[in-house]
Design a protein around this ligand. Structure first.
Ligand SMILES: [Mn+2]
Length: 329
């Protein structure tokens, strides 16, 4: 009996980002119970899409909850870009490298990991153990009945990666190699954990709602026969009309990925969605609804064998701002 056949169903859980209180509320809502300090469900397994760390108020607690579940077999998890960032930030480059750390300690990188490092300031040993644990997180799960990756399923890169890493795990060498953006390891980490984008036409830029000026836009990896930029643009910002109507060149079309309609249900996180949770497509669901920005921490309940995703199988907890002394997140 394969591991998956032990369970009647699976609960896929979106980016936690240190919202441990909300995670506990969600697990309770999903009928997981604490047994000897570890959340467990008799018939179901939780599957985390990654990004447990950074930004939120209870990162250490969230990591303990999740790792305990994984170590007891009650959960699985794939690596998120924030766990990968933490590995890079905290790993010294090898002698002869142009850098001190694999991920440079720039103000921007420092800001992204600040809450994590602050909350572990008095728990250095624990943090090192969690870094070691991050190295044991696969980049993807390719189960018979579902697939999981943090941001993007790229068939070609995944099959090439699995040839040398059949368990889906990276090695120390792979981690070091991935700092070269244009290497195979760099492509794998960037594509699977951060997704796909496309450059805007020459000289064009767009200003996003958060004030950033962008020269590229995030693309869908599931659009069949796209013709225009507007057909493939994906969150967070819409393109101006004159850009959206622009036709994709043959070369651009060839660069786009396509996750087929007949393929197993795919679960991702990463994309800071808002609003009412629903599938992106009948076999793709994103579970990141911006919990740490006072959105929702979202789960999808998949019954074993289900191939078609529906909106009524989403379960979530709204993340409230702290009010009258009650702790939020
Ligand atoms: Mn995230």
């Amino acid at each position: 009996m394969s591991e998956s056949q032990k369970y009647r169903g699976f609960d896929f859980i979106g980016d936690v980002h240190g919202c441990a209180k909300t995670l506990e509320a969600l697990l309770e809502k999903l009928d997981y119970r604490k047994i000897n300090g570890v959340y467990t469900h008799k018939h179901r397994q939780a599957i985390y899409v990654g990004d447990i760390v950074d930004r939120g108020p209870r990162i250490r607690e969230a990591l303990h909850i999740v790792r305990d579940m994984v170590e007891h077999g009650g959960a699985r998890i794939v690596m998120g870009n924030h766990e990968y960032n933490a590995l890079g930030y905290c790993t010294r480059a090898r002698p002869g490298s142009a850098h001190t750390y694999l991920r440079e300690h720039t103000p921007r990188h420092e800001r992204l990991i600040r809450e994590t490092l602050d909350q572990f300031a008095n728990y250095g040993h624990e943090w090192n153990e969690f870094l070691e644990w991050f190295m044991t997180l696969p980049l993807l799960i390719d189960d018979q009945s579902f697939r999981v990756v943090h941001a993007c399923w790229d068939h070609e890169l995944i099959s090439q990666f699995l040839e040398h890493h059949p368990d889906g795990l990276i090695t120390e060498d792979f981690l070091h190699a991935s700092t070269v953006r244009d290497s195979f390891a760099g492509h794998v980490m960037d594509r699977l954990l951060r997704g796909t984008d496309m450059k805007l036409p020459d000289g064009m830029s767009i200003r996003s709602s958060d004030g950033f000026v962008r020269t590229a836009f995030r693309t869908k990896f599931w659009k069949a026969e796209p013709e225009t930029y507007g057909d493939v643009v994906f969150q967070p910002d819409a393109l101006p009309d004159e850009v959206a109507e622009r036709r994709l060149s043959e070369r651009e079309r060839r660069m786009l990925l396509f996750y087929g309609l007949e393929e197993p249900p795919l679960f991702v996180g990463h994309y800071w969605l808002q609003g009412a949770p629903r599938p992106i497509r009948p076999n793709i669901a994103c579970l990141d609804y911006s919990a740490v920005k006072y959105g929702k921490l979202v789960a999808y309940r998949l019954e074993a064998g289900d191939r078609k995703l529906t909106a009524d199988n989403f379960v979530w907890v709204d993340v409230m701002r702290e009010a009258g002394g009650a702790a939020g997140r």
